[in-house]
Design a protein. Structure first.
Length: 217
């Protein structure tokens, strides 16, 4: 029998803390949420690897370091509403739910969404609303949001999501340019997002988040 609790502690001690993530709510959430319950059954043994976990269809579960550093930079508080875009099987939403007032988890793959619903219920994440629909559209009916987190890379942030950020709110995006990527935190003032670079990371660009080709005639 695999001792997942020990692996979870090792993940935090060897991947999260050494990446300068020390905020108690993040550490506590990542020690508490059983990551192995939010991956395909065939990949449970690989749940705590220090790399992105391939979920198929161009989707990944972000490596623990990347998620932890995103949450550290966002500094989510317990009175905030968070939109988690690309929730997949629900791990990121379960983690965020332990530090936010509520989470709206967006997933477009119906099979993933069904599994996420079960896993979130099992984990007691009763402050997560699962919204099934295109990732690029978010879930405007539940917003606007204090924080938006995108679980995968983007080439650009769609206007549909930008418009769902509350005045004074923030968003974490992993921007990929070829093989290089950097996580930037955007702060919204009026109609403007001011970006600052946070750290380097990498992941596949999510479906629908690539730059549209512009043809010149």
């Amino acid at each position: 029998m695999i001792d997942f609790a020990t692996r979870r502690t090792m993940m935090v001690d060897t991947q999260v803390r050494p990446s300068d993530v020390t905020k108690f709510p993040i550490i506590d959430a990542m020690l508490s949420i059983p990551r192995e319950s939010f991956v395909p059954a065939t990949q449970r043994e690989a749940a705590y690897m220090g790399e992105n976990l391939n979920l198929g269809g161009g989707r990944v579960l972000l490596e623990p370091r990347t998620l932890a550093k995103m949450l550290d930079a966002l500094d989510i508080s317990n009175d905030e509403l968070v939109l988690d875009v690309g929730a997949a099987l629900g791990y990121s939403s379960a983690v965020i739910a332990r530090m936010a007032e509520a989470v709206v988890a967006v997933e477009q793959d119906e099979d993933m969404a069904r599994e996420a619903q079960d896993a979130l219920a099992e984990a007691g994440a009763d402050n997560v609303i699962l919204h099934v629909g295109p990732l690029v559209e978010g879930a405007a009916q539940h917003g606007p949001y204090d924080v938006i987190v995108i679980q995968g890379a983007v080439a650009e942030l769609p206007e549909t999501l930008r418009d769902q950020i509350k005045e004074g709110g923030r968003v974490a995006c992993l921007f990929m340019d070829g093989a290089l990527g950097e996580v930037r935190i955007g702060h919204k003032t009026g109609d403007t997002l001011s970006w600052r670079m946070s750290f380097n990371a990498g992941a596949p660009v999510l479906p629908g988040f690539a730059k549209e080709d512009v043809f010149e005639f």
